[in-house]
Design a protein around this ligand. Sequence first.
Ligand code: HEC
Ligand code: HEC
Length: 390
Amino acid sequence: MSRCWRTSRATAALAVGILLALPAAADAADDRMSRVLGEALFERAWVPAPSSTKANDGLGPLFNARACVSCHVGLVRAPTRVGADGVVTGETLVLRLSDAAGRPDPAYGTQIQTAAVPGFAPDGLVRRTREGFAPHALARGPLAATTRTGGRIAPALRGLGRLEAVPDALLAAAADPDDADGDGISGRFVGRFGHKAQARDLAEMTAIAFATDLGMSTTRRPAPEGDCPDPACRAAPHGGDAQTPEIADEIVALVAAYLAAVPPPPAPEPDPVGAALFAQAGCAACHVPALPTPDGPVRAYTNLLVHDLGPGLDGGATEPGIAPTEWRTAPLWGLSRALADGAGLLHDGRAATVAEAIAAHGGEAARARAAFDGLAAEDRERLLAFVERL
Ligand code: HEC
Ligand code: HEC
């Protein structure tokens, strides 16, 4: 009797254990399944509507590529490809459009789309010029006189979930918009993702990408015609309407969850001397080596704040509420990979080396650039080597 009682108690304990463990196991399996689905959606080549596979369609009418992965191959930054005539041939650099206040061009919207559904003209092409990048062979007449243009490259998409985990309150507290501490560096907390920190989180950046790069609508960006204010666009074929977006919220969430789970780039062995010089020159005031999160520090070398880097880094086009010269402090982790792959530095890839990137820093970073220039030659080399290995 007593043995029987002990057995049944042990069995009950086991059953409770299984019951307690099951939801966790189910959650973990769910997470894995979500990531697999998210990755498949990130790699999916979308097709124009109407198609026989309704779930895949809605691409365009204007777009830059058919899949997220086209511009984010291997989730790393790629070199910008340019033909002999100066025309950009790859997809990874986009030409953004806006007036000085971030308002889109009335005919072309926020970005030049270089591809379109059959029977509809793409916006045009992008050409590299001495000053940067410019539109070429435009299909819908000239840009508005107030429209400014600027190239932006596709960044690496690694460790973004770790950046998302940095508490908002911490970033808001680190901001110093009026430079109250008088160090010449202000810094504003706007958002986390995009060169201009224009997106608050990965789901928002994903919705922006669907709208501008693929021409697909979401709840957050409901216009079915995508980035195309031209009336002809609204009449062109597309897969949704204002009530039913082409891309369901679940798809946005799955893609965002997949990206959030991609681990950060590998961290190098630290060089304390290089790190000290980096801090001494004032680089670390913006490229903060580590930010705290509930799961430990994230060593991305950014404060995620937006800084004015002066007229030399006027990006032409901008976003509402962000000056053309303002940029989110670029995370420096993964820089060694970008350099090894020959991908350019800064928002439009204009700098081939770390030294060139530093030389372009002005505005709030002018003091740090001067401090770098003032270092002894061997210390400059040591600092550069430190950054190049990140
Ligand atoms: C035509 C090329 C292209 C395609 C297609 C594309 N992207 Fe991007 N992606 C870019 C560029 C360029 C940027 C930088 C945009 C900016 O800052 O204005 C970017 C930025 C991002 C960022 C921000 C990264 C950071 O460090 O802040 C995320 C996240 C992202 N893309 C996800 C996606 C997803 C998800 C898709 C598919 C739905 C996608 N992208 C499709 C070119 C592309
Ligand atoms: C006031 C803030 C600030 C300071 C100080 C600063 N930077 Fe930056 N840095 C930025 C911002 C913002 C960007 C992005 C600019 C762009 O994309 O055009 C950037 C971009 C870079 C890049 C290019 C990264 C990439 O992914 O392409 C490098 C390299 C860099 N900084 C190194 C340094 C070094 C070294 C120092 C010190 C000498 C320094 N920075 C000081 C704000 C700062």
